[in-house]
Design a protein around this ligand. Structure first.
Ligand code: SF4
Length: 712
């Protein structure tokens, strides 16, 4: 009889990529998942999502065979079919649409960065379609592109002690990874440890998050004013000459222009906009500059704004002035393990396959924001409905539930249900998005994947062994490979199958997958201050405080602040009707965006959609904890359970996003009642990246009438 086993793997329940121990009984069934204390990347950390990963794997509602729609879209009538029939159907629809209209009429959509990200943009580009739809514009990518323009690479906090030096000052800006789990290849434990070990800590967040306890500074700024705060901090560092003179003189371009530009943006000016006292802005800035090495943990709090790109620019400039760039314990360029072929676009952009898309096809991308790769989702969904500039005919949605996770899910639903000729979705469950598809493919879970894990972590590569197989689920990447062969995309996908691809990745190392899996983890040979030999990959060869690329593109080459379009400052006339600032998007510990509501153990942790507001604001409105309330904005109304929370500033409200109720009826699963994404419009964007101002809108909060409440 086989024995019970414990196997080390790497989680993909979110972006943390924590190393976990998977416990299997004698039959091979996964019975428990625990943190791995010996892991150098996560040191025993596990969050509820990781611990409950097998609940998704074995869930009775999981889609385990391809399902074909039998009646009209959204009529909840499905028939299980064979994989060959499903792939034949996709092949014939895709070929017909390419012949009749052109490849740009097929879109490939993906959710947040997951294993499929290695192939989704590549598949789309190879197909000849520029319409790769993802949340890139609101998540991570504005920072990433901005880093490329400013210094040629994307800096990461050096908090693993690879150099023997930990950051002495840690600033957390718009992220609460310490409570929510993982992000960008980091997990809450490693960040908490870095905060504990630092001499000084600075938290920039409108909420008094847990990390504020014991921190040296909590800069509780008005949501949406992030760029103004950064400009004030830059001003303080420059006028006090607290900057790293050697780095500025020898490795930066445009300091004189920055110095002149920053003059009006005093800490007093920043106080007026952000609400953070000028003295605190100055002290925090000087602390960050003088307590080096300084590192930054940042999150979507700065991405979702009409100033997203310029905020990122201002942050990079602050890091440069404070001497953090590629310094041990600062913000570094990770060196990936040698002797492996790059499998992450974070290491080699060609992984995404832009080289396979012709400039003519690129011009057909449905996006007014060419700096951000792929289609711009709000513009794309509207185009599907009104045909401007043209109406895409087919879409393959891979691991994404945009009816829940994009703004104006009602438009997304109409686009999919009423306007597309062919919709195929790959997912674990019948979601509101899958429910209006023609074909639903059963996606493999990370516990069912074999992988060389190489995306966010970069400084190391982890193994993932296939430990389960439920029904006929397949790895999305294996399905894309098969479809690529059927469509003649062999130049971009020369590998026979998934195993062949992994062999190719490992080939330079001379290791088989089994040998690699035996090692579990490979490290890069880290070096620091690499710019001293290599310079920076920018037009000037230096770190560009003044961006030559942006000047060339007609954009502001030095950071400027833009007030959110609907705010107490921009639209004071709306304050009588909408007296609160609304933000959304804070992560919920047990869920990952729209995932997890159907996992009983996770739902128990957080059973209802919540809106948080300061207890004094709630009391002033006569509202009580647990009461159902309606949040109203100029764009919509949604219902939530009230959670008075004195961690929020007075006048600020946070409503949760992506709530649907898997226990309710298909196809909508009541997905249009309690989703903060439906409170935002599709009118205002960062002019550079296309990001949306999800951290600052105006709203009202009112009791839900008894009649509506009992129906809720
Ligand atoms: S933080 Fe993310 S990667 Fe880590 S255990 Fe939780 S779900 Fe998995």
């Amino acid at each position: 009889m086989a024995k019970a086993t414990i196997t080390r793997s790497s989680c993909r329940g979110c972006h943390g990529v924590c190393q976990l121990l998977v416990h299997q009984d004698e039959t091979g069934r996964i019975v428990k998942i625990t943190g791995d204390k010996d892991s150098p990347t996560s040191q025993g950390f596990i969050c509820p999502k990781g611990a409950r990963a097998a609940d998704t794997l074995y869930h009775p509602d999981r889609i385990t065979r391809p399902m074909l729609r039998e009646k009209g879209r959204g009529e909840a009538a499905w028939r299980a079919i064979e994989w060959d029939e499903a792939l034949d159907l996709m092949e014939s629809h895709f070929k017909r649409i390419i012949d009749e209209h052109g490849p740009e009429y097929i879109a490939i959509a993906q959710g947040t960065g997951r294993p499929y990200t290695e192939f989704t943009p590549r598949f789309c580009n190879a197909l000849g379609s520029p319409n790769h739809v993802s949340p890139a514009h609101n998540c991570y990518v504005p920072r990433n592109i901005c880093a490329g323009m400013t210094m040629g690479w994307f800096p990461q906090p050096d908090i693993y002690g690879r150099s023997g030096t930990m950051p002495r000052c840690v600033m957390v800006f718009g992220s609460n990874i310490m409570e929510s789990g993982g992000e960008g290849g980091y997990c809450g434990k490693m960040v908490t440890k870095a905060l504990d070990q630092a001499d000084k800590t600075i938290i920039i967040d409108p909420r008094r998050i847990k990390a504020c306890e014991g921190s040296d500074y909590h800069l509780a700024l008005r949501p949406g004013s992030e760029c103004a705060l950064m400009l004030g901090m830059l001003h303080a560092v420059i006028v006090n000459e607290a900057y790293d003179k050697d780095f500025v003189e020898n490795h930066c371009f445009g300091f004189d222009k920055l110095q002149a530009h920053i003059q009006p943006f005093t800490t007093r000016w920043a106080q007026e906009i952000t609400g953070v006292p000028a003295e605190m802005i100055e002290e925090a800035a000087l602390t960050f500059a003088r307590t080096g090495p300084s590192a930054l943990i940042w999150g979507n709090g700065i991405d979702e704004s009409v100033s997203a790109f310029q905020t990122a620019r201002a942050v990079y400039l602050l890091l440069a002035l404070c001497g953090s760039i590629d310094a041990p314990g600062g913000m570094v360029r990770w060196v990936p393990p040698a002797n492996l072929r790059p499998k992450s676009h974070m290491v080699d952009h060609s992984v995404q396959g832009a080289q396979f898309l012709s400039p003519e096809q690129q011009k057909k991308c449905i996006s007014p924001f060419p700096l951000c790769p792929g289609a711009h989702p709000p513009t794309f969904w509207q185009a599907c409905v009104d045909g401007k500039p043209y109406k895409p005919k087919a879409i393959w949605l891979i691991g994404t539930n945009p009816i829940m996770t994009h703004t104006r899910g009602d438009v997304v639903q109409r686009a999919l249900r009423d306007h597309m000729e062919f919709v195929v979705t790959s997912d674990f469950f019948m979601t509101p998005t899958a429910a209006v598809s023609d074909l639903v493919l059963p996606a493999a879970h990370w516990l069912e994947q074999e992988d060389v894990v190489y995306f966010h972590k970069i400084w190391c590569v982890l193994s993932r062994k296939k430990l389960a197989q439920v029904g006929e689920t397949r790895d999305d990447r294996a399905v894309m490979l098969e479809m690529a062969h059927r469509l003649g995309l062999d130049e971009a996908f020369p590998w026979k199958d998934w195993d062949d691809y992994l062999k190719w990745i490992l080939e330079p190392s001379g290791m088989t997958f089994e040998e690699f899996a035996e090692k579990d983890i490979l490290f890069g040979d880290m070096g620091y201050r690499k710019y001293e030999k290599e310079g920076f990959k920018t037009p000037s060869g230096k770190f560009e405080l003044y961006s030559n690329v942006m000047e060339h593109m007609g954009l502001d080459p030095l950071p400027v602040y833009t007030e959110p379009p609907l705010s107490p400052v921009s639209t004071p006339e709306l304050l009588d009707e909408y007296p609160f600032i609304l933000m959304t998007g804070c992560k919920i510990k047990g869920f990952f965006h729209s995932e997890g509501r159907n996992i009983p153990a996770l739902r128990k942790l957080h059973p209802d959609p919540m809106v948080d507001m300061h207890p004094e604001d709630a009391a002033a409105l006569g509202l009580e904890a647990g009461q159902m309330v309606e949040v109203a904005t100029p764009y919509g109304r949604q219902r939530f359970k009230l959670h008075p929370d004195d961690r929020l500033q007075r006048g600020v409200v946070h409503a949760e996003h992506a709530w649907w109720f898997p226990e309710r009826e298909e196809p909508d699963f009541d997905c249009f009642t309690s989703n903060a994404n439906l409170l935002f419009g599709n009118e205002h964007f960062d002019p550079i990246s296309g990001a949306q101002p999800l951290k600052c809108l105006l709203c009202a909060v009112q009791p839900l009438s008894d009649a509506v409440e009992s129906a809720a």
